[in-house]
Design a protein around this ligand. Structure first.
Ligand SMILES: [Zn+2]
Ligand SMILES: [Zn+2]
Length: 319
């Protein structure tokens, strides 16, 4: 046993001396096979010092997975995504997090709640374009409200996002919320950055608010775990406290009655809305793969699907 391990350690040292990408891959494979922590740390140190850019992140992720350090892998991925998000690279951040979810789920490992929360927020942003394309302005408005409530996480695009929120809320008849964000945009720190095209209209909205404006309450849907109704964009149930899986096609909580999934990435989707988006965009808004409308099916047993998701989230999905 000991001899084999020593040989492996030597092999890893040789790979690192070669230092080419192929050799690093082989070193990581050896770590994966032997699960030897010391060798893992050796490779990790090498990668940290000698490799640059996105490849370094990629290797670090692979190494953490190889060493069985799933929490570290997830934390690294979140940190990388956070940096991309701060730079305004929302799709890159989204795909990084989604890739991590798929890797962890593929290994039956827990996906941290915080990572899912980050993904749902980024997905809310990236989904807006598709929702506007299918002319669901209410859903687009709901997603933008979610993003606007977390606007500090989108520092590069505060004004454009708040402007879109005002416009979509207005289109959807959410006049009070539209007014709220219009007022925010008229603060001195934002006012001058508002696009000319919208400035006059937004100024007018704030100067002459519609005093009679009423706003429809958010639609309530049952929690799939305990059936307690809650606002459809609220992803944590106030009754049973469970985190409810979100629907890739609406960004809202999934419901048992309309549960399907993307045939390419298996992420939950409400069948009706997913099909509507696919008919226009032809691609899954989550994994970005091409999906044929006819291939979307409702899952046969949504209760079972929910249980599997819940177990995956809590890391109970086996070793
Ligand atoms: Zn519940
Ligand atoms: Zn997909």
């Amino acid at each position: 046993m000991w001899a084999a391990s020593e040989e492996d350690a030597k092999a890893v040292q040789l790979y690192l001396k070669v230092g080419k990408h192929e050799a690093i891959d082989k070193a990581i494979k050896t770590v994966e096979r032997t699960r030897n922590h010391t060798t893992g740390v050796l490779v990790l140190d090498y990668v940290n010092e000698e490799v640059d850019g996105s490849r370094k992140d990629e290797y670090r992720f692979k190494l953490n997975i190889a060493m069985g350090q799933y929490a570290d892998a997830a934390r690294d991925a979140m940190e990388m995504a956070r940096l991309e998000q701060e730079e305004g690279n929302y799709r890159v951040a989204h795909d990084k997090l989604f890739g991590t979810v798929q890797q962890l789920e593929g290994l039956n490992k827990a996906v941290p709640t915080e990572l899912m929360r980050m993904l749902s927020l980024l997905h809310s942003y990236t989904l807006v374009k598709s929702l506007i394309a299918v002319e669901d302005h209410m859903c687009a408005a709901r997603m933008l409200i979610r993003v606007a409530r977390n606007i500090s996480k989108f520092p590069k695009h505060v004004v454009p996002i708040l402007t879109s929120t005002v416009i979509e809320c207005h289109r959807a008849g959410l006049k009070k919320t539209s007014y709220e964000y219009a007022s925010m945009l008229m603060r001195p720190e934002y006012r001058n950055e508002v696009a000319m095209k919208y400035k006059k209209k937004i100024e007018l909205m704030v100067r002459k608010p519609d005093k009679e404006a009423e706003e429809a309450e958010e639609v309530m849907t049952p929690c799939p775990f305990c059936e307690m109704p809650g606002p459809e964009t609220e992803l944590q149930c106030v009754s049973c406290q469970n985190i409810i899986p979100f629907d890739l096609a609406t960004g809202k909580r999934i419901t048992l009655a309309d549960w399907s999934e993307c045939p390419k990435c298996n992420f939950p989707a409400s069948a009706r809305m997913f099909i509507r988006i696919l008919a226009t965009e032809r691609r899954c808004p989550m994994c970005n793969d091409e999906v044929v409308v006819d291939s979307v099916r409702k899952v046969a047993n949504p209760v079972e699907a929910l249980r599997a998701k819940h177990e995956a989230a809590s890391g109970m999905g086996g070793a």
